[in-house]
Each structure stands twice: as C-alpha cells, then as structure tokens.
Design a protein around this ligand. Structure first.
Ligand code: UDX
Ligand code: ADP
Length: 481
C-alpha cells in the first residue's frame, strides 16, 4: 500500500518541538489536516487562546503562522484517541528528560512518555499508520516502539486491523529561531526501512524543502546522528568556554581568538560565543544519554570523553558565580545583585537547564539578594526553577541548600531593567537579549550603589562604555580587563 498522500497528521506533544513543527507543516501543506494533541489541558487551551501573545511557546514568527493556520488545517486538542484514530501519520513529540531514579538515573533518557504514546497509538490507531519519532531518543528506541505497536492485543485495536511503519525524523530546530530553522532547514533527516513510509514523509517536506536537503538513512543512523549533532555543538561551547578562562588569565580576548580560529573554514565561525555555559533541554540531556549508551556498550573511554563536555559546562557556571563573589570583596551577603536575563538564551521564554538557574542558586546560597528581570520569563517560572531540584542532582550534590523556602524569599521579580538595578551593587547579564546590548550605562550608573560592577557573561557590552559611566566591568573571556 502506498501512503504518499497523507491527509491527516496527529502530533502527540504540544511542546517546544511539536507546536512549532506542526504549525509550519500545516502552513506549508494546506491539503493536510494537522491535529496537535497533549494531555496537558492548560497547554492546549493556551495554544487555542485567541490572544496570540498568550501561546505557550514564544518563538518569533510563530504567532503569525498560528493565526493563518489555526482553525483551518491546524488544530490543538486534548482528544488523543480521536486524533490517533483519524491519523495517517503520527508524530511522537513528547518529553524525554533524563531519568531521575532507577537504572541509569542522572544519565539515561526517561522513555516513559514515549512508551505511553506508543501504547496509545497501538490501542487507537486504525488501518496502516506511519509512526514518526520526533523526540530525541536513544539509539534503537524505534525497535521498542515497533515492538509495543506490534504486541497490541486490545479487542478494539484488533478489529481496527492496524499495521505500523516506524520512522525516525529528528528535529534540529533551535529555540528562538525555530520558525526559520523549520522553514529553511540545513537538512531534514529521515531514518527508516519502509520505502512507502519514507516516501510519504518526504512528500510532506518536499512541499518547501529542496529534495537534496532531505537525507535518508537507516533508523539507527538517524537516531544516533541527532545525539551526535547535539554533542558536537555542545562540545564546541565547552571548548570555547574553557578557552575563555584561559584568555582571562593570559590577557587574550576570547572574541579575537574566536574570530581568528573561526576564520579557518574547517573550523567555521558559528557557535563560538563564549558564555555562562550551555543550557536548554537538549545538550546536557543528549550528552548524558550518549554517555550512558557508551557505558552500556562497553566503551568507557568514549563515555568519559563526552562526559567531560558536561563537566566543563558545570564548571563554567560555578566559576562565574565564584568570581562574582570574589570581585565583590569576597561576600555578597546582604548585597543586591541585578540579574538581567533568566532564559537559557535570547528570544525564548524557555528556562530549562538555563545557566542562570545554577548561578542564581549559588549566589542566593552565598546570601545575595537577587533582583531578576527577563523580558519573557514569568515570575512563576523563575520561582519554580529556584526552588526545584532534580532528584538525581540532590543525590549527587553535597552542596545543596537545605532550606529552599528561604532561598525563594531572597529574590524579587522585576518588570524592568531600571527596577532591577536600582540600589544594586552589581549587574549580571546572563542572557544575551538585545535589550541588554543597548543599555545606556550613563543612565544606569547613578541608580546603583558604589562601587558597582557589571558582570557580562555573554560578552555583549562594550567595556569602554561601562567604565566610562563609572562602573567596573568583567566580561567573559576578556583578559584585558
Ligand atoms: C539545540 C541545537 O542547536 C538544536 O539543533 C537541537 O535541535 C536542540 O538543541 P537549542 O537548545 O534550542 O538548540 O539552542 P542553541 O542555540 O543550540 O543553544 C544552546 C545553548 O548553547 C544556549 O544556552 C546558548 O546560549 C548556548 N550557546 C550557543 C553558547 O553559549 N554559545 C554559542 O556560540 C551558541
Ligand atoms: P519538547 O521540548 O521536546 O517539545 P515539551 O516538554 O515542551 O518537550 O513538550 C512535550 C509535551 O508532551 C508536554 O506538553 C506533555 O504534556 C506532552 N505529553 C507527554 N506525554 C504525552 C502523552 N502520552 N499524551 C499526550 N501528551 C503527552
């Protein structure tokens, strides 16, 4: 049977990946009905909110696409069963966080949500269904999904006579530029063995992606490529951050070094910005997953190699918190520090694994009072981030504070830069929002308590402007300061 004409798609998981990806597919394929389902009712209501500024995911350009497609061929619903029953193709786009207990805790990905999806698909699907893995998954997860799909035994399912093809189609979008990445991808990767299923998925992407950019591999290469792509990218950041530390003590400047090495076309200029460490839902999770896989397959040297990327990342966050304390005369107790930016990078409201969380917690532990401003992150989210610890972290980390409620009372949420910096001893720039690049330091300086510092962990301020305004300046990787 050929499925080159897909008419209905169901996507399970209306998160940062599922929502924007399906919005673009719906926008580019008006002949396909796309239903995005999620068990989280609040999330679905937010996707259906007539006020497009209230969508649960902030991505530049997403609101316009949702406006165009929603209600026409793009739908958001909690009715998982109905969406699965009518779908020719089902994308699994659910969360796969690092396991926090049991075998592989702290490293392996927790596949319980993926497994639950596979069971729902097995139970409700009708006829032949193509199941597409969108979530980043450990290698050979497709085999698990296939096994669950084939082992279905519910009467309802048997009467519906289902059969399945499983494809891997990892998403490489980057938050903050998701729409551009989806509309103009460097490549689309499809792994699988069923030519009809592959053709069906190719026919969707061909609506807007050049065929030469669509790469077909076997399932395992596709699953592994996604993990390795993220590991390589994260490795670059740990490389540049470790170089930044060296620049600071040698008098070199990381931006000059990055420019010099990035001019070599073999190295390339992208992804060489030194910062407070990488965050986001993918890099750490995927590397730890890779480390676990290597251990599982008896490759401890390879596991150690990749694990060092995460270790440098954690060290970078710790080192920044420590140097802030050192520069502020060895103590921040009772001092007000203005934290500018809490998202893990600019142009997103996502704070998952944001370096700001760890740095803020360390400073709160040291007794600082934080005044936090981020243009897109809510007070509730920051409160959640500052008071919650992943279970595996609390097991492994001896330094965790015991009184989380106390920490929660030592920070305030600010609605503007001015509110955050008034009376502050220091400003910490933790996210590279445009708003912070253009700060008029001569206007900010009089609001602060002297002597006052600017700690720029993103390398976005001009130190000359800062010092001219009477403030002291530290900039990541700048050994000339
Ligand atoms: C990443 C991958 O880029 C994407 O392909 C994959 O699908 C998901 O994971 P994302 O996490 O959204 O995307 O953001 P990315 O732009 O890769 O940034 C990740 C982290 O690295 C951020 O904290 C960012 O600030 C940091 N980063 C990035 C740097 O510190 N320096 C850089 O030069 C680039
Ligand atoms: P990502 O960044 O990978 O998109 P998110 O956590 O933002 O991850 O989104 C994943 C979504 O998947 C969540 O909204 C969650 O409620 C949803 N989800 C997880 N398991 C299921 C399931 N079995 N059925 C429906 N939705 C699910």
């Amino acid at each position: 049977m050929s499925f080159t004409q897909i008419r209905t798609i169901c996507c399970i998981g209306a998160g940062y990946v599922g929502g924007p990806t399906m919005a673009v597919i719906a926008d580019r394929c008006p002949h396909i009905q796309v239903v995005v389902v999620d068990q989280n009712k609040d999330r679905i209501s937010a996707w259906n909110n007539p006020d497009l500024t209230k969508l649960p995911v902030f991505e530049p350009g997403l609101d316009e696409i949702v406006k165009r497609a929603r209600g026409n061929n793009l739908h958001f619903s909690c009715d998982v069963k109905k969406a699965i029953q009518s779908a020719d193709m089902i994308f699994i786009s659910v969360n796969t966080p690092t396991k926090n207990k049991g075998l592989g805790a702290g490293q392996a990905s927790d596949l319980k949500w993926v497994e639950a999806c596979a069971r729902q698909v097995a139970q409700f699907s009708v006829g032949h269904t193509i199941v597409v893995e969108k979530s980043t998954l450990p290698v050979r997860t497709a085999a698990t999904i296939q096994a669950i799909l084939e082992a279905t035994s519910s009467q309802e399912a048997l009467e519906a006579n289902p059969s399945f093809s499983v494809l891997s189609n990892p998403e490489f979008l980057s938050e903050g530029t998701a729409i551009n990445d989806l509309e103009k991808p460097d490549r689309v990767l499809i792994g699988g063995s069923d030519p009809n299923a592959i053709e069906a998925l190719v026919s969707i992407y061909k609506q807007w992606v050049y065929p030469e950019k669509i790469l077909i591999t076997n399932l395992w290469s596709s699953e592994l490529s996604k993990l390795i792509a993220n590991a390589f990218l994260a490795q670059r950041i740990s490389s540049i951050n470790s170089t930044a530390a060296l620049c600071e003590v040698t008098g070199a400047n990381i931006q000059e070094v990055a420019n010099a090495i990035g001019s070599d076309s073999r190295i390339g200029s992208k992804f060489l910005s030194s910062g407070p460490g990488f965050g986001g839902s993918c890099f750490q999770k995927d590397i730890l997953n890779l480390v676990y896989l290597c251990g599982h397959f008896g490759l401890p040297e390879v596991a150690n190699y990749w694990e060092s990327v995460v270790k440098i990342n954690n060290w970078q966050k710790k080192r920044i918190a420590k140097l802030i304390v050192d520069k502020l005369f060895g103590t921040v107790t009772g001092k007000k520090l203005a934290v500018l930016g809490f998202a893990f990078k600019a142009n997103t409201n996502d704070t998952r694994e944001s370096p700001a969380i760890k740095i803020a917690k360390d400073l709160l532990e040291e007794g600082a009072t934080l005044a936090i401003y981020d243009p897109k992150v809510t007070k509730e989210q920051i409160s959640l981030d500052l008071t919650q610890y992943p279970a595996f972290e609390s097991k492994n980390n001896q330094d965790l504070p015991t009184n989380l409620a106390e920490l929660d009372s030592n920070w305030m949420y600010c609605k503007s830069i001015v509110e955050a910096v008034r009376g502050a001893d220091a400003i910490l720039i933790l996210t590279e929002w445009n708003h912070f690049t253009n700060i008029q330091w001569s206007e900010i300086s009089p609001l602060m308590r002297k002597p006052s510092w600017v700690f720029d962990t993103r390398g976005i301020v001009n130190p000359k402007h800062v010092t001219k305004a009477g403030l002291m300046c530290w900039r990541v990787g700048d050994g000339s300061l």
